[in-house]
Ligand binder design. Structure first.
Ligand code: PMP
Length: 388
């Protein structure tokens, strides 16, 4: 282990935990050591993580329900706020039923391994989140990986595996490290043609797109064509947890078959109470979405004009492509010296040779703060020879 860790260090691939402290009076900032940093790395897209109404709901539930749920949901851990949250989630998504999971990671591994097994096949975009990949491995179904957003490649694989028992297509709707969108309309056409199921992971689009933040499938008017709709409560909702929405049968199936739900203690009721409040805000405080989308557009176009390679996305996730691991670390550390927390993302999180800084924007930030950050990023880009 020591030798391998040293090798990781030499290749600028070692990861380490650093402590970031939140600042109650300054949402959108964190402290690291002595420094106050503009947080351009968190997924608190709507700036809800410090919302007083959410914190109050959590505090009230903490006092009423206690610290922990004490058992799994199928035992005695299914405390009062769960039913209310799941009903509200199902109404929001206009579907039969919803089920809360401990987090997005366990939702994905739980759902995929409950739905497919030996003799089945999962078609998965090459850039899907690691939790989807792990869910497929755990399921023991065939893993048919298609090139990123390459619909013709997917079609060829669907044809090749057309005789498999159950076929599941799964995709991030907004890709977590590139910030671009899945081609949902094409995926739906293929799912119908090949009689497959479609699962979408709206981790980075839930709260952000759609008239009431329902997600990308809703914004594109294709929500009813999606069979399994998964999203997280840890990003736009500002808290922790995840949800899966779909038919009554799907949700009953998952209650009976999804192992992370069955064999793990329920989330503390206070988190669930906070999520109920966050869902109300997600649906009603439209200005947060508008502000986030305006900030994303401004940030993206400014970096693009300055000559940076920021990929093809159009979401609140903006990758600044640097290639070498060392360059990404160097850029990140230079940004930190300038008061910006922007983390370097390296393999295996992203493919070899595509290390980058992943900026993620938030409604917590003002245009003035972003303008200042852009000026600093451009100056460093010139100094480090990233742009000319
Ligand atoms: N899916 C996607 C696309 C993600 O980006 C993430 C988290 N980064 C997850 C799932 C996992 O969610 P969680 O952090 O709630 O475990």
């Amino acid at each position: 282990m020591k030798q391998e860790l040293e090798a990781l260090h030499r290749e600028s691939l070692e990861r380490r935990l650093r402590t970031h402290v939140s600042i109650p009076e300054s949402p959108g900032y964190v402290m690291c050591g002595e420094r106050v940093l503009l947080d351009l790395s968190s997924n608190d897209y709507l700036g809800l993580a410090r919302h007083p109404a959410i914190i109050e709901a959590m505090r009230d539930a903490l006092l009423k329900e206690g610290a922990g749920a004490g058992a799994s949901r199928l035992v005695t851990g299914n405390r009062q706020p769960y039913a209310q949250l799941e009903k509200a989630l199902a109404t929001w998504q206009n579907c039969d039923a919803a089920l809360v999971f401990a987090n997005g990671y366990t939702a994905n591994i739980g759902v995929i391994s409950a739905l497919v097994g030996r003799g089945d096949v999962v078609f998965s975009d090459q850039l899907n989140h690691a939790s989807i990949v792990d869910g497929i491995i755990l399921s023991r179904a065939e893993h048919a990986r298609y090139r990123h957003n390459d619909i013709e490649h997917l079609r060829a694989l669907l044809y090749k595996f057309r005789d498999k028992r159950r076929k599941l297509i799964v995709t991030d709707t907004v890709f977590s490290m590139d910030g671009d969108q899945a081609h949902l309309l094409d995926l739906i056409a293929l799912k119908q043609e090949f009689n497959a199921l479609l699962m979408v992971d709206e981790a980075h689009s839930g709260g952000v797109y759609g008239p009431r933040g329902e997600g990308l499938a809703s914004a594109l008017g294709v929500k009813n064509d999606v069979d399994i709709h998964m999203g997280t409560l840890s990003k736009s909702f500002g808290i922790y947890g995840a949800y899966v929405c779909g038919s009554e049968t799907l949700i009953k199936w998952l209650m009976n078959k999804a192992r992370p739900l069955i064999y793990s203690t329920a989330l503390p009721p206070s988190l669930i109470a906070g999520a109920i409040q966050a869902l109300k805000l997600v649906q009603t405080e439209h200005w947060r979405r508008k502000r986030l989308l305006a900030a994303s557009e401004f940030f993206r176009s400014s970096l693009c004009k300055a000559g940076f390679n920021i990929g093809n996305g159009d979401s609140a996730i903006v990758p600044l492509m640097l290639g070498h691991n060392h360059k990404a670390l160097q850029f990140s550390s230079a940004l930190e010296n300038e008061g910006i927390a922007a983390i370097a993302i390296r393999p295996p999180t992203v493919p070899e040779g595509t290390a980058r800084i992943r900026f993620s924007l938030s409604a917590a930030h003002s245009l003035e703060e972003l303008t200042d950050a852009i000026t600093k990023i451009c100056r460093l880009g010139l100094q480090l020879g990233v742009v000319e």
